[in-house]
Design a binder for this molecule. Structure first.
Ligand SMILES: O=C(O)CCC(=O)C(=O)O
Length: 374
């Protein structure tokens, strides 16, 4: 991509790369959005009237884990129908300490509240998965998202048990030890929760409960902190453009502002915030693992003119070298394979090189893989 340098004082070229920089502290008051943030008319959000809420089933995870067969089969039935329809559901009684969730939101607000120059010390470089990104100005030059993110790599491998914490310590220094500790604990809690959820998904697919738990035990996941500053023209832009998650499962905790929307039945629907619940959605890799039975659905985030919004996303993925192949029972059921075998590392590399949020990534990846293997 050729570097883009604007004369606008709102979007300044960074010294290192000459790419655009999204400075939220200035841009949030601007009524003339730089054109890179203005989305095409057919993708602009309609904010008035607001999108109707999506019906997402509330799953009581404690009841499922308790071993009560009626509770387990209820949860499994609800998840099965939601995942066939749109892939979104809510998880309550999840066992994650509410203080840890509060702390995670606090450190997230602290991080994004720092001056831009401080945050840029951990700038995510092209091709890397970790670090700070102010919009995606160093990757794309149009349809830019109105947000800042901090992405961190998590590993379920006991040999890498402090990966998140070590990142803060090594890259940001001793002062960030506490933020690192909270993000590490939060990631661990998400990894643990995700194993309970994949067990439930396994049961809902008629697979032995331990099958996906074992598959994801040593996961190579990503945790992403999202910050959406206010925008004076929220109907012109998007916080996160329409996309399907390439990962397996996303576990999202959003603050109470609202903005997450899902595309179902040719319409955008909102997901009402609820601080007691995690929003869970199926990603492309789990769609492949379920042989296309469960849907990875298009979603986006809209912004508003008054209130900053934050969300914490844990993207579960298998260990890099695990082969993603549906269990035999699911192939028999459909009688044919919907997607070729792949490893998460190949898919991840593909998303880094070819991914643009508005394409059907799994289909494009499958075609590319089949061509490569010919
Ligand atoms: O912040 C949200 O509600 C959605 C975030 C999201 O879709 C993402 O980070 O991929």
């Amino acid at each position: 991509m050729s570097p883009l340098i604007l004369s606008s004082p709102l979007v300044s070229p960074s010294k290192e790369t000459n790419h655009l920089v999204f400075d939220a502290s200035i841009l949030q008051n601007e009524t003339n959005l730089p054109s890179q943030f203005v989305w095409p008319d057919h993708e602009k959000p309609v904010l008035d009237p607001p999108s109707p809420p999506l019906h997402v089933p509330p799953i009581d995870l404690k009841a499922f884990i308790s071993g009560d067969p009626i509770a387990a089969s209820n949860a499994s039935r609800l998840v099965h129908s939601a995942c066939q329809e749109h892939g979104f559901f809510l998880v309550f009684n999840h066992g994650v300490d509410s203080n840890l969730i509060l702390e995670a939101h606090k450190v997230m607000n602290f991080f994004f509240g720092m001056p831009l120059l401080e945050k840029q010390k951990v700038q995510r470089k092209f091709g890397e998965f970790c670090g700070y990104a102010s919009s995606f100005t160093n990757r794309f030059s149009s349809k830019l998202p109105w947000k800042e993110t901090l992405s961190l790599q998590y590993s379920g491998d006991p040999k890498c048990s402090n990966m998140v914490q070590d990142y803060f310590l090594n890259v940001m220094g001793e002062d960030f030890c506490d933020i690192g500790r909270v993000c590490q604990e939060y990631s661990q809690a998400m990894s643990k929760l995700s194993l309970d959820i994949v067990e439930l998904l396994g049961m809902s697919l008629g697979i032995e409960r331990s099958y996906f738990r074992d598959f994801y035990e040593e996961n190579d996941s990503i945790i992403r902190l999202n910050f959406y500053p206010p925008c004076q023209k929220p109907d012109q832009t998007l916080g996160t453009g329409p996309h399907c998650d390439p990962t397996s499962l996303t576990i999202l905790h959003q603050d109470n502002v609202g903005g997450l929307e899902v595309f179902v039945d040719q319409k955008w629907h909102s997901i009402t915030p609820c601080s007691d619940a995690f929003v869970v959605n199926i990603g492309d890799t789990f769609m492949a693992l379920s042989n296309g039975l469960y849907k990875s659905c298009l979603h986006r985030a809209v912004v508003n003119s008054n209130t900053p919004r934050t969300s914490l996303a844990f993207f579960l993925s298998p260990r890099m070298d695990k082969v993603v192949r549906p269990p035999k029972a699911l192939v028999k059921y459909n009688n044919q394979r919907m997607y070729p075998d792949f490893t998460w590392s190949t898919f991840l590399e593909f998303t880094q090189k070819h991914y643009r949020a508005d394409m059907k990534t799994l289909d494009a990846f499958s075609s590319w893989l089949q061509m490569e293997r010919k």
